[in-house]
Design a protein around this ligand. Structure first.
Ligand SMILES: [Zn+2]
Length: 235
């Protein structure tokens, strides 16, 4: 089957005018494709999929989708800050406990060192904040997903046939698409590459994975729904 994103793109007005030849998809009408979309669970993935490939079919406006993605980012950002507070509290309680007993054993010292590491690890995972950069990251992630950089190894399929066995593509780790380089991402958000790696890479990669996975899952659900239409159309 053609990528369902191409099917969705055919619903855009410029394509509907030339609706007679749907090369490879003769049974599917635009109505079939639109109806199949109803079987894709509501959520960020479906919104991103439609916003990028068939904007008229999106439930949320571009601004509302941006707000949805912003909410996800800020929920995760808050979660990371909460982990720092929790790790710091545990560390302080353990430190006071050792002090109260006025005797520090090797086990105490190991426990304190472990809690200190956990605290510092949690701190390192907290994202920096800058409103303009957060906006730029969200926009760049959507752009990157819209201009899919298909994996050369698997041709975007995410899988390879090796000695008659279907295996996940090792190059793209079954995603079918390859992420942009650090340098490309840094340029997109208006930062130099070292600042990007030091400060923004963690947020960017987290968000890219979230949005890409959700969009791919929605595309997968749509492909399943479309294949049901194809089967019933052929019967
Ligand atoms: Zn691949």
């Amino acid at each position: 089957m053609a990528d369902v994103r191409e099917l969705l793109a055919r619903l855009n007005p410029a394509h509907i005018k030339f609706d007679t030849g749907r090369g490879g998809m003769p049974q599917l009408t635009p109505q079939d494709i639109a109806a199949a979309l109803a079987f894709v669970p509501k959520g960020m993935g479906r919104e991103v999929l439609t916003r990028l490939w068939w904007p008229d079919g999106a439930r949320l406006s571009r601004a509302e989708l941006d707000r949805t993605i912003s909410n996800i980012v800020h929920a995760e950002a808050g979660h990371r800050v909460a982990k720092v507070h929790m790790a710091r509290t545990e560390l302080h309680i353990a430190q006071e406990d050792v002090l109260r007993r006025n005797a520090s054993t090797a086990r105490d010292r190991a426990q304190i060192a472990s809690l200190e590491r956990r605290y510092h690890d949690a701190k390192a995972k907290v994202w920096p904040y800058d409103p303009a950069t957060h906006l730029a990251v969200r926009e760049s992630v959507l752009n990157e997903i819209a201009h899919r950089n298909l994996c050369d190894t698997c041709g975007g399929r995410g899988a390879l046939i090796l000695e008659q066995l279907k295996i996940s593509c090792p190059t793209c780790r079954a995603a079918g698409v390859l992420p942009m380089s650090d340098r490309g991402r840094a340029t997109r958000i208006g930062r130099d590459v070292s600042t990007y790696r030091e400060r923004w890479k963690c947020l960017y990669e987290w968000l890219y994975d979230q949005v890409r996975d959700a969009e791919q899952q929605a595309a997968h659900e749509l492909a399943r729904a479309v294949s049901r239409y194809e089967v019933s159309g052929a019967a």
